[in-house]
Design a protein around this ligand. Sequence first.
Ligand code: SF4
Length: 76
Amino acid sequence: MSKFNPIEQFQNNLSSRAFAIKAKCAECMGCSPNHLEKGFKESISSCSSYSCPLHGLRPYQREKSLEGQKTPVQNY
Ligand code: SF4
């Protein structure tokens, strides 16, 4: 598939907590090892499941700069 598929990234880095969380969030938004759901990064970024234990750790969170402007989606 794609090197940008978070689930596949995790399968190639099983000891990485960051990849594990990223893969779980991608799976939660409908992705699979063979499918990337359109707009999944934005969906994770705007996830409103505040009771999810991973909510504060999820990838693609937007951060505000000192001027109050939003920065692009993170790529880690
Ligand atoms: S933080 Fe949101 S996207 Fe990630 S696993 Fe939890 S509910 Fe799903």
